[in-house]
Design a protein around this ligand. Structure first.
Ligand SMILES: *[C@@H]1O[C@H](CO)[C@@H](O)[C@H](O)[C@H]1NC(C)=O
Ligand SMILES: *[C@@H]1O[C@H](CO)[C@@H](O)[C@H](O)[C@H]1NC(C)=O
Ligand SMILES: *[C@@H]1O[C@H](CO)[C@@H](O)[C@H](O)[C@H]1NC(C)=O
Ligand SMILES: *[C@@H]1O[C@H](CO)[C@@H](O)[C@H](O)[C@H]1NC(C)=O
Ligand SMILES: *[C@@H]1O[C@H](CO)[C@@H](O)[C@H](O)[C@H]1NC(C)=O
Ligand SMILES: *[C@@H]1O[C@H](CO)[C@@H](O)[C@H](O)[C@H]1NC(C)=O
Ligand SMILES: *[C@@H]1O[C@H](CO)[C@@H](O)[C@H](O)[C@H]1NC(C)=O
Ligand SMILES: *[C@@H]1O[C@H](CO)[C@@H](O)[C@H](O)[C@H]1NC(C)=O
Length: 259
């Protein structure tokens, strides 16, 4: 019986599904929230001295490319296992979200993002896939059950100014989930490969030790062709005067290491 249930759900994961109204679907991880979706804005960042890079944020690390008319953003990564950071044992829940997006941070009324939420709750780690079509909050992707070690590819394509197509691929099997999701009016000005700490009851719990999240096969494009991502702005996460990440960017790879 258990086998049959698993098999049916596994089949569901390979099916192309179109997204029902986001409001009919549950938000995931009710105890933790992505900051961008909580109040519509990301936290302010501190610019490093006179140079433009790197910048620091209390809740975001990774690379953000400003451009115009961005239509495609994609990357692959491996889900790294989580462990407890510092005195994190005292927090009930903490985690990290791995996000590929278009307009994830700056566009005031829209954003199309997808990723993996990794959470440690009462000592137990769990991993789930989500799609955020801002101004809607994140919603879970049904039938896409994840484990540490899974290799996942995410691609986001602008369908039109108020709609994006998200494709999640399990690179071990090439099984895909495709969702077309309505958004606010996209700015198409930003490609994002980031991790984010998540809010709990209005405060930031400690960032989970994610070891490293390396985005590979990183690409972004406009309708007229690929964008050079080497000019992307690097963000490192800094909390309580401690820098928690070390980010390095190569032409098609962005590595985020927990330090
Ligand atoms: C996926 O996760 C859900 C919720 O935890 C569980 O009920 C279901 O059995 C899992 N499906 C598979 C295929 O493992
Ligand atoms: C990217 O665009 C945002 C929004 O316009 C702006 O605040 C930010 O300073 C830009 N970053 C760079 C490096 O130009
Ligand atoms: C990806 O494929 C691997 C190998 O078959 C499997 O163990 C894992 O559960 C799959 N993950 C998802 C999200 O489909
Ligand atoms: C944008 O694309 C979506 C999905 O294909 C479609 O439902 C919607 O009508 C389109 N909007 C416009 C303005 O064309
Ligand atoms: C998945 O697709 C890629 C690109 O088409 C291919 O190189 C790879 O061998 C495929 N992997 C599997 C497990 O089928
Ligand atoms: C920062 O330090 C304060 C005071 O020690 C603590 O309450 C808070 O949880 C810390 N924040 C993070 C994100 O570690
Ligand atoms: C962008 O995505 C569309 C739809 O998936 C695809 O047809 C197009 O080739 C992609 N463009 C680039 C430059 O990857
Ligand atoms: C990610 O890249 C860093 C170097 O930038 C490397 O030290 C680390 O081992 C890589 N992690 C994985 C999981 O490949």
């Amino acid at each position: 019986m258990h086998f049959i249930i698993s098999f049916v759900l596994a089949l569901a994961a390979t099916t192309v599904v179109s997204m029902p109204s986001p409001k009919t679907r549950p938000e995931i991880a009710p105890t933790l929230h992505l900051i961008r979706s909580a109040d519509g804005s990301h936290m302010l960042t501190r610019q490093a001295d006179s140079s433009s890079q790197p910048s620091f944020s209390p809740n975001v690390a990774g690379a953000i490319l400003n451009a115009t008319a961005v239509t495609n953003v994609s990357a692959s990564f491996t889900i790294s296992p989580l462990s407890v950071f510092g005195d994190g044992n005292e927090a009930d829940a903490f985690g990290v979200a791995i996000i590929v997006g278009i307009d994830a941070l700056y566009c005031p009324n829209a954003g199309a993002m997808a990723g993996i939420e990794s959470i440690v709750e009462n000592g137990e780690a769990s991993y789930s896939a989500f799609i955020t079509a801002f101004p809607q909050g994140p919603v879970a992707v049904p039938g896409f059950n994840l484990s540490a070690g899974d290799n996942i590819a995410i691609s986001i394509t602008v369908t039109n100014a108020t709609s994006a197509t998200v494709v999640l691929t399990n690179e071990s099997t090439n099984q895909t989930v495709t969702e077309v999701t309505p958004t606010g009016t996209l700015c198409m000005q930003e490609a994002d490969w980031i991790i984010e700490d998540m809010e709990s009851d209005g405060s930031l719990p400690p960032l989970a030790d994610f070891s490293s999240v390396n985005f590979t096969d990183v690409s972004a494009a406009t309708s007229s062709g690929p964008l050079d991502i080497t000019g992307a702005t690097i963000f490192n996460m800094e909390q309580n005067n401690t820098v928690l990440t070390s980010v390095s960017a190569l032409p098609s790879e962005i590595d985020i290491v927990f330090v």
